[in-house]
Ligand binder design. Structure first.
Ligand code: AMP
Length: 222
């Protein structure tokens, strides 16, 4: 099962795709996480990407497509993958189609998380995660149960993304509207596109996704 998750920054794609990964045993692939790992490692790609990421701009299609092409051929993608943050432009979607055709594979469903844009800046500014296990939190909507202590691993070290600030949110949203929204008509012509109310509580969003996944599984098994 191969899934694409679309939605503006802060819509909850990361949270929901990690849940899907756990439930269906398919690999979650976040191109943002891959780029942040390159930045941390100080690689050539990381150095080139950092300035663009800090400004809330997209990195070039060529850079991201070759990273993604290698990633989806890793053994953990044998049962499928969830793309979180890719594709973000029609050029990336076309390149993905070519790669999948070569691999004799295809996208089974596109999940679109719809959210009220006014809520995004607050959601994003409040995000932080555990530096040790990666569990994600939010100052307002999902604080740690015990102050400064990770609910999952007990660590006291937390990190905030360099680009999770109110100044960058505006340009990230502008990129989403201009570059990524055109993917909706692109995919609607080819594959099932399902819209999800991303303003609902996390558990409700997961149930909406479960219902869609059951429908898609019935179709793909036929
Ligand atoms: P994300 O973690 O998905 O919010 O991505 C963080 C940043 O990484 C974005 O604002 C972009 O600068 C860059 N990025 C991640 N995925 C892509 C992509 N598919 N195409 C271009 N830039 C990307």
């Amino acid at each position: 099962m191969n899934i694409i998750f679309l939605g503006p920054p802060g819509a909850g794609k990361g949270t929901q795709s990690k849940r899907l990964e756990a439930r269906y045993g398919i690999a979650q692939i976040s191109t943002g996480d891959m780029l942040r790992a390159e930045v941390k490692a100080g690689s050539e790609i990381g150095q080139e990407a950092k300035t663009l990421m800090d400004a809330g701009r997209l990195v070039p299609d060529s850079m991201i497509v070759s990273m993604l092409e290698k990633r989806i051929q890793q053994p953990d993608c044998a049962k499928g993958f969830i793309l979180d943050g890719f594709p973000r432009t029609v050029g990336q979607a076309e390149a993905l189609d070519e790669v999948l055709a070569r691999l004799k594979s295809q996208i089974d469903v596109v999940l679109v998380l719809q959210v009220d844009e006014d809520a995004l800046a607050d959601r994003i500014a409040g995000r932080f995660s555990c530096a040790k296990c990666g569990a994600s939190y939010n100052d307002v909507s999902k604080p740690t149960k015990v102050p400064d202590t990770c609910d999952v691993c007990g660590s006291h070290d937390f990190v905030r993304r360099a680009d999770d600030n109110r100044e960058t949110v505006a340009s990230r949203l502008a990129s989403y509207r201009k570059e990524t929204m055109p993917l909706l008509p692109y995919y609607e012509k080819k594959v099932k596109v399902a819209f999800i109310d991303g303003m609902a509580p996390i558990e409700d969003v997961s149930s909406q996704i479960d219902t869609i996944m059951q429908e898609v599984e019935q179709i793909t098994q036929k």
